[in-house]
Design a protein around this ligand. Structure first.
Ligand SMILES: [Zn+2]
Length: 420
């Protein structure tokens, strides 16, 4: 997730502060904190065990099975896997208003990536060890603490290891959960755990639209078919026009041409060429405007290349056949949590209670889906610290994980109305 912050000067609501203080004083909470501290070595083991199971986008089954097994071992009820591979486990309560804690189980690493996962002191190394090893481990740590301390709560919990957060996964796991009759309206609050740390609160969903743009032409020999339309040149023309479109600094809006492919050899006019384009904004309107600009740039580039071909006078010899299409390969909706939302008040009160300084940020996470539907959701880290996400040099440091776990625990138990 890419982050950007906004200044945050909202005072912490007094009522929320009192609620959090009450939950923090419960004897069960103290015993849960003790459990989380005691079990740090076990947590590091779980984290490495999970990171050793490959979970490329659309290939999360084995890791999901591992998680379901852990959910059962920890005593959750109704543990199941849905049609797309999300894993669920329930801790019942007295209402049917669920508080969800979710962490994505997929990684960016393609199948076959060597998963060399190892520990040196308090540091864990290996692909996916932090993103989202830290999030899933924190979820398991909190489940274990709730269960072993026998915390009672008004509202039930649903714990979710979801698929499809990264890249081409395009939030498919979350999208599915929030389109399912069982969960769509039942989840009142969704706390998303993504990566390490305890210094951020993602309450604004950065939207993105991604396209694969494909141009096809008749192709030909560079010498004998000279003048035939060239798909690579069409892309080059379109890129020139599209990247000249101004974007506002606020709401921050960006674009990127991420990959470009095409052609077969230096002496062939290519039959096809393609590029991948990423558009991001916190505003749905700006994303739509840029999408239109991209479509117009493509239309104009095709027209220009067509008339250039006509001028070269080679159109009679070969069929034109210049065509293009835009295929949507990603669509993450934008949205944001209302400044007065209960969930935001609770996390801010929890941070005040723990003396933790955190900034409200904007990012693209699993929380985009509930936020875009007007539901309350935030994304936070699983504690500790981490770096090198999405690289083979990824690391996680367990030191200070406890603060992150307490933060998650207090937020959940306040939202679920813990009872003594
Ligand atoms: Zn992640």
């Amino acid at each position: 997730m890419a982050l950007s912050s906004r200044p945050d000067a909202t005072p912490v609501a007094l009522a929320a502060q009192q609620e959090v203080a009450r939950v923090a004083m419960l004897p069960q909470t103290r015993s849960a904190f003790h459990c989380m501290r005691e079990h740090e070595p076990r947590l590091a083991q779980w984290q490495m065990e999970m990171a050793r199971i490959p979970a490329p986008p659309f290939g999360e089954t084995a890791r999901g099975e591992w998680l379901a097994e852990k959910f059962r071992e920890l005593g959750l009820s109704d543990v199941y896997r849905d049609e797309v591979g999300n894993i669920f486990g329930i801790e019942p309560g007295k209402s049917d208003h669920y508080v969800a804690l979710s962490a994505h189980i997929d990684t960016v690493f393609p199948a076959g990536t060597p998963l060399n996962v190892r520990q040196q002191g308090s540091r864990l190394y290996g692909p996916g060890v932090s993103d989202n090893g830290a999030g899933v481990t924190a979820m398991l740590a909190v489940i274990a603490a709730i269960r072993s301390a026998g915390v009672r709560h008004q509202h039930p919990f649903v714990f979710i290891g979801n698929v499809g957060e990264e890249g081409e996964g395009d939030l498919r796991g979350m999208r599915h959960i929030f389109s399912t009759p069982r969960w769509r309206d039942a989840i009142r609050f969704n706390l998303v755990l993504d990566g390490a740390g305890a210094e951020t609160v993602v309450a604004e969903a950065l939207g993105s639209r991604r396209f694969e743009v494909i141009v096809r032409g008749p192709g030909g020999h560079s010498w004998s078919d000279f003048g035939a339309p060239n798909p690579i040149v069409v892309l080059a023309r379109a890129i020139g026009m599209f990247t000249a479109v101004p974007v506002p600094a606020s709401p921050k809006t960006t674009f990127n041409i991420g990959t470009i492919r095409g052609g077969t050899s230096v002496n062939s006019i290519p039959e096809s060429a393609s590029m991948r384009v990423d558009i991001r904004s916190t505003s749905m309107g700006e994303m739509e405007r840029l999408e239109q600009a991209l479509r117009q740039a493509m239309e104009r580039a095709v027209q220009e290349e067509t008339s250039a071909t006509e001028k070269k006078g080679s159109s009679q010899r070969r069929p034109f056949g210049l065509s293009h299409e835009l295929v949507e390969i990603g669509n993450r909706p934008a949205g944001e949590l209302d400044a007065g939302a209960r969930m935001l008040q609770v996390i801010r009160a929890v941070d005040a209670q723990l003396g933790n300084v955190a900034q409200v940020q904007r990012a693209s996470t699993d929380a985009n889906i509930p936020l875009s539907l007007g539901r309350q959701a935030i994304a936070i880290g699983g504690g500790g610290s981490g770096g090198g996400a999405h690289t083979l040099q990824e690391w996680f440091d367990c030191s200070g994980r406890e603060l992150g776990l307490k933060r998650i625990f207090l937020t959940l138990l306040t939202l679920a109305e813990a009872e003594s």
